[in-house]
Design a binder for this molecule. Structure first.
Ligand code: HEM
Length: 306
């Protein structure tokens, strides 16, 4: 039996995701409903002062392969659902076949502090037992923050009209060796656009792909990638904890420009791995969710090859 103190590992987390959302051969165990895109990234002049990472110092635009997705493991997760995150995953082309990745969602927090809590959450939901689920959320109020945050906002009108966060606290190192803790946030250049509940209800549950295709026919979908700078006392190990973002400095790192749809096979050939960083960027040391993501994505990838 799984308790709140279960020792979650990558296999048990994927099994638990399958127990909630079903097992779908050949597909991702989470963020199943999505599609592949391409574009470029042009770093800002300020990015250089924060990090020596090559894609933030490039004199020419860096090629990007990306994937937009709905959270959860349902292959038909509706684009009209409010309390579900939208995902934006990016591979930055560093040349010679090398890439570095950035994986973000449309909320500033995740719904579990550590892998054990995530496993306990999934196990409670998979039980379909209303009392058990209610008891879990009562005992684990931090796991309700993401849904509350999403429910307080409209359904995004497009994958291109919502903010995305990297969730974890990363550390930049610049050419002089100076370190800076930060969180990624990407903001649509045209601002956020949401739908009223009535408008959302009238949409096809799979409207995001045609919407983006039509949008890109008129020009790229652009996001400003920023670094929210951490200050002493900001939590570094808990992805369910908010940073007081409005009180923090934010630095423009550059522009993500999505220019077209890409064959889904390009995205399905590998994983978008948040731990795939590069010299000049480090992941958090004590955030247990961060390394588990890499392991779990590896298991999901291996299983979807079969
Ligand atoms: C231990 C915690 C987590 C587990 C077990 C988990 C599980 C998964 C799995 C199984 C996949 C599919 C991997 C593949 O087959 O390629 C996935 C994809 C994804 N996850 Fe997580 N995840 C976790 C935490 C997070 C967090 C904190 C974020 C916040 C940024 C996140 C955002 C995403 C996104 C955006 C994708 C889609 C990537 C793509 O488009 O291929 N996940 N996750």
């Amino acid at each position: 039996m799984t308790s709140a103190h279960a020792e979650a590992d990558a296999e048990s987390l994927i099994n638990a995701l399958n127990a909630v959302f079903g097992k779908h051969d050949g597909l991702r165990a989470a963020h199943t409903h999505g599609f592949c895109v391409k574009g470029s990234f042009t770093p800002s002049a300020e990015a250089t002062s924060l990090t020596k990472a090559p894609h933030f110092n490039s004199k020419t635009p860096v090629g990007v392969i990306g994937r937009f997705s709905m959270g959860g493991g349902a292959p038909d997760a509706p684009n009209t659902q409010k309390d579900n995150v939208r995902g934006m995953a990016l591979h930055f082309d560093l040349g010679k076949g090398d890439t570095t990745d950035l994986v973000m969602v449309s909320a500033p927090v995740f719904n579990a502090r550590d892998p054990d809590q995530f496993l306990a959450l999934l196990t409670a939901v998979a039980s379909k037992d209303k009392n058990k689920i209610a008891a879990f959320f009562k005992d684990n109020p931090n796991t309700t923050r993401q849904a509350a945050w999403l429910n307080a906002r409209p359904v995004p009108a497009s994958f291109a009209t919502v903010n995305y966060w990297g969730i974890h606290a990363f550390t930049f190192t610049n050419a002089e060796g100076k370190k800076q803790i930060f969180k990624y946030k990407a903001l649509p250049v045209g601002g956020e656009v949401g739908l009223s509940d009535e408008e959302a209800k009238a949409k096809d549950p799979d409207f995001y792909r045609p919407e983006l295709k039509e949008r890109l026919a008129k020009g790229p979908a652009k996001f400003t990638l920023t670094a929210i700078l951490g200050e002493p006392g900001d939590p570094l190990d808990d992805p369910t904890a908010f940073w007081p973002e409005d009180k923090r400095k934010s630095v423009n790192l550059g522009t993500i420009s999505i220019t077209g749809l890409e064959d889904d096979k390009t995205c399905d050939a590998g994983i978008f791995d948040p731990t795939n960083v590069v010299d000049g960027i480090e992941g958090p040391e004590n955030d247990k969710i961060f390394p588990m993501r890499s392991a779990a994505y590896g298991v999901s990838f291996a299983r979807r090859q079969k």
